[in-house]
Design a binder for this molecule. Structure first.
Ligand code: SF4
Ligand code: SF4
Length: 471
């Protein structure tokens, strides 16, 4: 930030040079490209790709790049600060039941809740949605619809209540359902697709042996065939996605899984590294350096398939990292930003009406901020249960505070950091995977391929702040 008059006269330097005085700290990053390195101002997430033989020219304070950057730096600071601290909740992960018919190896909801927890009645669910509607009417700009994502445990166990809620409030919210897919029959699919509801499914493999090794019911039976048949039925529906949770069990098959998704015409896939909040997940967490060769090969594979068929399979979690580099404000998922979106851009509602910063905290003692049936949502968002999460910043975490890619990664996830280390000021579980993803993203940009990995229309309403091509 530009120093004020008093600071100029008695304190800081003018900030005109990089890396000294009050100037920005610019970090060079080797991105593994034959011609280019990256120059990044980590505080603003400003970056530039430099030809390796032009590094010295770029740091020259009088270069076009530095001149332009110094001119725009305050606006970059404002943009990143707004994204990090200026957003209001506009979405809710709504858990209508604590129960689940599955017992996946890495689930973050405690077993006893999933086996025999509480479930909302239709009246309770309708009443909770009315309260949320009233809250968002007061907090969101007119005309902006908040999102409700029915989430798990398994929301389709409360199907009648969920569908009644969707019918009653279809003009008030944008609805989505995140489901394991095992309970979706013809009637449910037809209802959800005819209402245009977003559908998120989960499947961890391209064949039964792999998929069923992590996702199975309490008797150990898997549902690869059932979920695949749902995916077949959804072919051509534009508003669904498939999450593959990446573990030691499936990492060697990620490229096959990409083929499988593409063949089924899945529009958006996710290859989400397993969240290590609970012991079962930690036992199947791959080592980052062992995972990355498979992971990058799977990303390469999406590109090969696109070039061969003209049809994209966007891997949304990677695309989000890529877009956070290309246009920070255009990102859609809010895990890779610090503070993350939990409790800030969205919050979670449990089946008793309790509010948590994110579904990841539903089973973690100390993160229940209060109950929406007998408390005030605005006040609940200000409780310590929420502030502990919304106040977690990369600046207070080692080694993130000195990491050049900290605003492309965000050091997720607070729930993971807390559960593994008992405190928030630690990185989450996949630091090196993030480093690699950002390098991969910058290589794509250097080669002009970034659009091939992003969803169509990602750059609507996005403008270019600095365009210097001479270096
Ligand atoms: S988790 Fe790793 S890659 Fe992410 S900000 Fe921290 S140090 Fe950087
Ligand atoms: S980083 Fe973790 S706590 Fe934050 S939004 Fe993502 S899953 Fe939730």
């Amino acid at each position: 930030m530009e120093p004020n008059q008093q600071e100029k006269q008695f304190g800081y330097s003018s900030g005109r040079y990089s890396n000294t005085g009050a100037g920005p700290t610019m970090q060079f990053v080797d991105i593994g490209h034959k011609d280019y390195v990256a120059l990044i101002d980590p505080d603003t997430a400003f970056w530039s790709l430099l030809k390796k033989d032009k590094i010295a020219d770029a740091l020259d304070g009088s270069s076009a790049l530095m001149q332009e950057f110094h001119k725009k730096r305050d606006s970059f600071v404002q943009e990143i600060n707004n994204l990090r601290f200026g957003l209001k909740p506009s979405a809710v992960y709504f858990n209508p039941t604590e129960r689940c018919n599955l017992n996946c190896s890495y689930c973050y909801i405690p077993d006893d809740m999933r086996r025999s927890g509480v479930q909302m009645t239709e009246d309770q669910l309708i009443s909770a949605l009315s309260i949320l509607k009233e809250f968002f009417n007061k907090t969101l700009p007119e005309g902006r619809l908040p999102q409700i994502i029915f989430h798990g445990s398994e929301p389709m166990l409360a199907r009648d209540a969920v569908f009644a809620g969707i019918k009653k409030f279809k003009d008030d919210f944008l609805f989505g359902v995140q489901t394991n897919g095992t309970l979706l029959d013809e009637e449910s699919i037809s209802f959800l697709t005819s209402e245009g509801i977003g559908i998120g499914l989960s499947l961890d493999g391209h064949e039964a042996a792999i998929a069923n090794s992590t996702r199975k019911n309490w008797n150990g039976e898997g549902f690869f065939g059932k979920v695949t048949s749902v995916l077949e039925k959804l072919k051509g529906y534009p508003n669904y996605n498939l999450i593959c949770t990446v573990t030691m069990q499936n990492m060697a098959n990620l490229s096959n899984i990409v083929d499988f998704m593409h063949e089924l015409e899945v529009p958006i896939g996710m290859l989400n590294p397993v969240r290590c909040t609970r012991q079962g997940a930690r036992e199947i967490k791959p080592m980052d350096n062992e995972l990355w060769p498979y992971y990058s090969a799977a990303l390469d594979r999406t590109h090969d398939l696109y070039k061969k068929t003209g049809r994209k399979l966007v891997i949304a979690n990677f695309a989000n990292v890529l877009v956070s580099v290309v246009a920070p404000s255009a990102r859609r998922l809010m895990c890779d930003i610090s503070p993350c979106g939990g409790g800030r851009c969205f919050f979670a509602v449990g089946a008793k009406g309790d509010l948590f910063p994110c579904s990841e905290f539903v089973g973690v003692p100390g993160f229940n901020g209060g109950n929406l049936f007998n408390g005030d949502i605005a006040q609940i968002l200000e409780t310590d249960a929420f502030k502990t999460v919304t106040g977690r910043k990369v600046e207070n975490i080692q080694p993130c505070s000195s990491c050049a890619v900290r605003h492309f990664c965000g050091s997720p996830c607070p729930a993971e950091a807390f559960e593994i280390n008992g405190a928030m000021n630690h990185p989450g579980a996949f630091c090196e995977l993030y480093e690699e993803q950002v390098r991969y993203a910058l290589r794509l940009i250097a080669d002009g391929k970034e659009n091939d990995y992003l969803w169509d229309g990602w750059d609507d309403n996005v403008s270019t702040s600095v365009e210097i091509t001479s270096l």
